[in-house]
Design a protein around this ligand. Sequence first.
Ligand SMILES: Cc1cc2nc3c(=O)[nH]c(=O)nc-3n(C[C@H](O)[C@H](O)[C@H](O)COP(=O)(O)OP(=O)(O)OC[C@H]3O[C@@H](n4cnc5c(N)ncnc54)[C@H](O)[C@@H]3O)c2cc1C
Length: 309
Amino acid sequence: MLRSALLAASRSPQARTLVEKFPPTHAIVERFVAGERLDQGVAATDELVGTGRKVTLDHLGEDTKDAAQAAGTAEAYEHLLAALKETGLAADAEVSVKLSAVGQFLPVDGEKIALENARRICEAAADAGTTVTLDMEDHTTTDSTLAIARELRADFPWLGVVLQAYLRRTEEDCREFAAAGSRVRLCKGAYKEPESVAFQGKRDVDLAYVRALKVLMGGEGYPMIASHDPNMIKIAGQLAEWNGRARDSFEYQMLYGIRPEEQLRLAEAGNTMRVYLPYGQEWYGYFMRRLAERPANLTFFLRAMATRG
Ligand SMILES: Cc1cc2nc3c(=O)[nH]c(=O)nc-3n(C[C@H](O)[C@H](O)[C@H](O)COP(=O)(O)OP(=O)(O)OC[C@H]3O[C@@H](n4cnc5c(N)ncnc54)[C@H](O)[C@@H]3O)c2cc1C
């Protein structure tokens, strides 16, 4: 119930105005977002890399309905990738991109524009010597996102895709994307989805995650285990062992600000641990999904609201 309400609010302009204007929000957002500016994203990357972690940076934004804004987002990624190259961080930091931020939802030629903008970002990444992963949004975008990914992979075979374990289709998608060299981030899924397309309860989603993970770990690709769930992390380690996988043939990923001690533990144990690091002004949707994932985050937020009166 609560999760559904928060996810619905994540797409409501009225709720957005309310949350953005509420002064204590910013202090809480800081836990999950590196800052609003590029230099803050780069500084946080430098700090994480200094502790043995890798990074994937997200220039925040989504659901763009304006072609100029979509092009502006592609340009922001070009600046980011140039900064990673200049600072020598590109070896340890890649970028994550939401296709809806670069035009996928534009009413005319949305997919074509998103493909062109994503291509610009991939070219900048190739120039910097790093990679790109396409984030996955709600299920109405899955086919379009995977189609764009297939097209881009013809030129940029290192392009990463995200598959969401809660979608009933994902085990099958894993079979297609488990091929040699294929970078696949497996997450549980963060959007409000109908029962017709997605498992609903935690137990069913966890079981689906393990089934998908078995396919990816047994395949020839490069699985990226994006979860904070101790059970999923443990199972991933066991599957890696059973499949005789070398430490550098898969990686763990977690979100900035979530379970940092576990991030360090995994990195110190010799695993590749990548942190998903968002920065930028468009933090509202991202922040609301983080609240929806964990009731304790919401309690923290509401307590701050109450003390402010
Ligand atoms: C690197 C990365 C990239 C992602 N990319 C995408 C994407 O492209 N598309 C998409 O739909 N989803 C994405 N997600 C989000 C993902 O789908 C889940 O919503 C999120 O990771 C929570 O699921 P979980 O696997 O951590 O397990 P859960 O069962 O939700 O959580 C397990 C435990 O992790 C901790 N935890 C989880 N979430 C939080 C939180 N918000 N705050 C504090 N503690 C928390 C808690 O201790 C919790 O008990 C991504 C996640 C990661 C880590």
